[in-house]
Write a protein that binds this ligand. Structure first.
Ligand code: PSU
Ligand code: MN
Length: 307
């Protein structure tokens, strides 16, 4: 069964063909490009990740809003613009109507990318890290709309877990409340982005893409709409040990508090500050885990396409 994409979407020709023919497609987000990594490493990462998806037998579909249009699959020039232009705003689901109405550019978060991917009929989405419940959430109410979207939109999201800029325990509790399966590939522990460990067990362990695809089918065939978290622990050789990254995250959080940064600027500030404090080491790890996620995501899309 092939999906019929929403008519408002602007699909790249290769993406349109792949969807029409039921071939594997992997959605990719753009906030990670525009607000998650510095230029020019961001555009190099985005281009490389698209190549990895292709090399593993799937069609990459990077999602962004350009001139108010919901684009699914971008040209190299469009990727360059997202990576380098200061007028690209961060777009979560609540921001979509505003940037569309104004004909503006926007980089989509996990939440917005999931929604657009679902509108296109794409079921697999690869990113680096998910948003979640911020550590000060009991006071600030800062809970990422990524979680809301996971609760309602039927896309499997491959990530390296949740960074400890967030409260990992509260994030896992919220995902449970929202009915979101949290699968961890090849590990009994939930990963914390830079590290394979987090102190939290894997809510559900799977081993390999075929097992993920089986859960996707089971969930959606039962009419259980909503997302699936596929946590893919960073390869051991690319890990930054918990204690090392832990103090850096504490410093970044303290700096953010001093500057009074909050709301949608919180996550981009923290990501940028961690890159600064680590002198780029965190960026190397971040790029390594996205590559690793792209390989798994392509394999999942391929396994799911065989019905
Ligand atoms: N975490 C990362 N890298 C990222 C993000 C989160 O390690 O690039 C981005 C993703 O786009 C995610 C968004 O959807 O930040 C969450 O932002 P917020 O917390 O404002 O919902
Ligand atoms: Mn937030």
């Amino acid at each position: 069964m092939t999906a019929v994409p929403h008519p408002a979407l602007q699909l790249a020709p290769e993406v349109a063909d792949a969807i029409a023919e039921g071939r594997p497609v992997v959605a990719l987000e753009s906030t990670i490009i525009s607000h998650g990594m510095p230029y020019p490493q961001n555009v190099a990462m985005a281009t490389e990740v698209e190549g990895i998806v292709r090399d593993h037998g799937a069609t990459p579909a990077t999602v962004a809003v350009l001139d108010g249009r919901l684009c699914v699959g971008l040209s190299p020039e469009q990727l360059e613009l997202l990576a380098s232009d200061d007028d690209v705003t961060k777009v979560s689901v609540r921001d979509l109507p505003y940037v569309v109405a104004r004909g503006a550019h926007g980089a989509t978060t996990v939440a917005a990318t999931m929604r657009v991917a679902a509108m296109a009929g794409i079921r697999v989405f690869v990113t680096g890290g998910l948003g979640g419940v911020h550590r000060e959430a009991p006071q600030t109410f800062d809970v990422s709309a990524d979680l809301t979207e996971l609760g309602q939109t039927s896309v499997a999201v491959v990530s390296a877990g949740v960074k400890s800029i967030l409260d990992i325990g509260l994030t896992l509790e919220t995902l449970e409340t929202l009915g979101v399966p949290v699968l961890v590939d090849g590990s009994d522990e939930f990963p914390s982005f830079y590290s394979r460990s987090s102190g939290f067990g894997a809510p559900m362990r799977v081993d390999g893409a075929a097992e993920v695809a089986a859960v996707m089918r089971a969930k959606w065939d039962l009419g259980l709409d909503g997302g699936i978290v596929v946590a893919n622990p960073i390869p051991a050789e690319d890990e930054i040990p918990d204690d090392e990254i832990g103090v850096i995250i504490e410093q970044a959080l303290a700096d953010m508090g001093r500057l009074g940064i909050h709301g949608k600027d919180a996550t981009p500030y923290l990501l940028g500050r961690i890159v600064e404090i680590t002198g780029g080491a965190s960026l190397t790890a971040n790029i390594a885990l996205v590559r690793h996620n792209a390989r798994l995501g392509a394999a999942i899309a391929a396994a799911y396409a065989v019905r």
